[in-house]
Design a protein. Structure first.
Length: 158
């Protein structure tokens, strides 16, 4: 796949190679991209571990809606801890929109993974995946995606 003759892989390579240093010499763009990638990996890995536990152990007892709703506070804790970690680990600047950019990039990574990996693991196509979502827990999930995107900026303000 390409955009104006430039492959996605090449575009990502160019983005990583471009350097925007702040006054102290910190490569803000690279650090933001690395923070977003780590934030995504931490949260996606937790969801990848909790998902089978939810499906195999909790769904049979309480149903899919309640199982997903019960998992959300755990994921909120993971999101908070991961956001706090990446903001501190990468020393994201307190001024500007760097923390917000990291959260939005991580959301992009998460949505790409959600739309490619999860339907394959569950053995359904993308249309069936969305059609099978519970309206209540699905709406709560969308809200959690917003929280996920904003959390690095929110913990940075503390």
């Amino acid at each position: 796949m390409s955009i104006h003759g430039v492959s996605i892989h090449e575009a990502l390579r160019i983005i990583v190679m471009v350097s925007f240093k702040d006054r102290s010499g910190v490569d803000v763009m690279r650090d933001t991209l690395m923070a977003a990638a780590l934030y995504f990996i931490l949260v996606f890995a937790a969801g990848f571990v909790l998902g089978p536990i939810r499906i195999l152990l909790v769904v049979p007892r309480v149903g899919e809606r309640w199982a997903e709703l019960m998992e959300m506070p755990l994921m909120l804790g993971v999101i908070f801890l991961a956001a706090h970690y990446i903001v501190r680990r990468f020393h994201l600047p307190a001024t500007g929109y760097t923390s917000l950019a990291a959260g939005l990039l991580a959301l992009l990574f998460l949505l790409l993974a959600e739309l490619t990996v999860v339907p394959r693991v569950r053995g359904v196509d993308i249309a069936d995946y969305f059609a099978g979502r519970d309206p209540i827990s699905g709406a709560a999930y969308l809200l959690m995606l917003g929280v996920f995107a904003l959390m690095p900026a929110l913990v940075h303000r503390r």
